[in-house]
Design a protein around this ligand. Sequence first.
Ligand code: ADP
Ligand code: MG
Length: 595
Amino acid sequence: MAKIRVLSEEIASKIAAGEVVQRPESVAKELIENSIDAGARAIDIEVKDAGKSFIRVTDNGAGMTEEDALLAFERHATSKIETYQDLENVATLGFRGEALYSIAAVSQVEVKTKTADEDAAVYLRLEGGRRDDVSRTAHATGTTIIVKNLFYNTPARRNFMKANPTEFRHVYQTISRYAIAFPEIEFTLQSGDETVLRARSDTVRGRLDEIFGERFTDSLVAFEEDYDHLKVSGFLGKPEYTKRTRGEQFLFLNKRYVINKAINHAAFSAYENLIDKGDFPFFAIFIEMPPNEVDVNVHPSKLEVKFRDERSIYGAIRSATRSALVKSDLVPEMAIAPDTGRFVSRATTESSRGGIVPVSFNSKPAQRYIEDERIADAVDPLFSLRFPQSRSSSAETSGAESDSLEDAGGIIYQLHNKYIISQISTGLLVIDQHAAHERVIYERTLKRFNEQGQNTQQLLFPISLNLDPADLTIVEETMPDLNLMGFSLKMFSGSTVVLDGVPVDLKPGRESTILTEIIEDYKRDNDLRLTPREKLCKTYACKAAVKAGDYLTIEEMESLIDQLFEAEVPYVCPHGRPVLVKIPLLELDKKFGRI
Ligand code: ADP
Ligand code: MG
């Protein structure tokens, strides 16, 4: 057996560095955090070779005296906490006192720094953690730190770095996170000769615009909720957008970008039934809470956090995000692409005005409309949805803008036995009849589980079904739920099941196949976000709904629309596909050269 020996400082520091400095991105992150902690109002970052050969971070923060600058590179040297108690209440991004020490151990570092009280700046150079020059230089109040040739003395680490585009992407993502979390600080990122990011705006929303482009951020849903000891706010991407962009997920805790599976899941689950399985929504969520209710000292990178009361935070995030989504206008708009004349879907830009929210149709029988109180408040009095019953009744309610159109009919029209088309004050609404009916049945069926109503219609001629063992197990497992939904089933000898009642809202003619179809779909649906009950409802809704190709009478269409707008989430079917699409008059006017 080898003898135990204490590792040299040099090896020990390289080992320690491994935990904090994994790649150029980690260096950028630690330096930026230090600049923010130093009270900088502007932070400029420059990288070469994705940061592998050169990273410079310049700030206009407090700067350091010579004494501090020298100390800063010692292990566990920090100005941010003193006692263990302080750790409970850290308000700064850093506190471990190991970043500069670790970075210096595996690179060549140059520092220029000056406090407001001094005339000349300190110049410091270190190589592999060893100081090889201290002198004076010129620099404005603040600090510049240059890190060259990362991992020059640890070849194994160097080889672990990925190709430049990958490493750069990490650097960029990290910087954009700080730019979003700290809109009061200006950020620029230069890579080689190119300025890649210039974050100047002073609001979170503005920062999102600068990073993702206004076309995208226009579609975001803003939200804000206050709870005891907890404030949650942020922006959510509309479900419709996740179809085309893999959404990014930002979670900030007291302005610190963090990763926390439970919280992410809470937000993600708010999109339940709104997006397809495998789609990732965009969200940026800010949590503010007393620092002592959370532990940020879980890992050297400080990315992971532990909450004292994770469950209530989970609940708060879930309810805040869900209600924001449900309240917002999730109807996608069709824009007509100018070049091709084809319809392309894009996210609605109506978000700032709030959404289409149902009001009771019965209150004004002659003027059936759906209107959001927030909109009615005057933003756009014409932004309302009308389903006039007849020419005359619509004429009396139509505003100036709609004279030509609403007089022209205002009726509901079924297109190719597949879509319901209806006029709305801002243009045209297209409803997918199957998706709409699916949504209606889905919600109604889910509700049944909480009500003790009579949901079964007895069959005159009970149907017996022969099931294989696997299907039999599913029926046995789901029997109580199937009963609540309205299916009346009796287990018979061996593999036979007798169906003698079906849900009241099932269209006649489908009784004999519906159960086997449900079992089939139930087996295939492996969406883990859904409970078995929700899965059952989803498959039942899909099977029981009218199909594309089914002819609908005007009354049926009207009733479907009525029910749809009473649903909690009328905008998407349980599979996450859109139910409604708007074609704005404006787009048509553009197309026809009217404006
Ligand atoms: P920590 O940030 O955890 O305190 P670091 O190793 O990152 O540890 O930094 C050590 C110390 O160096 C900090 O506590 C701070 O006092 C000082 N420091 C580092 N960077 C800057 C900077 N850009 N401006 C002013 N002081 C800095
Ligand atoms: Mg630090």
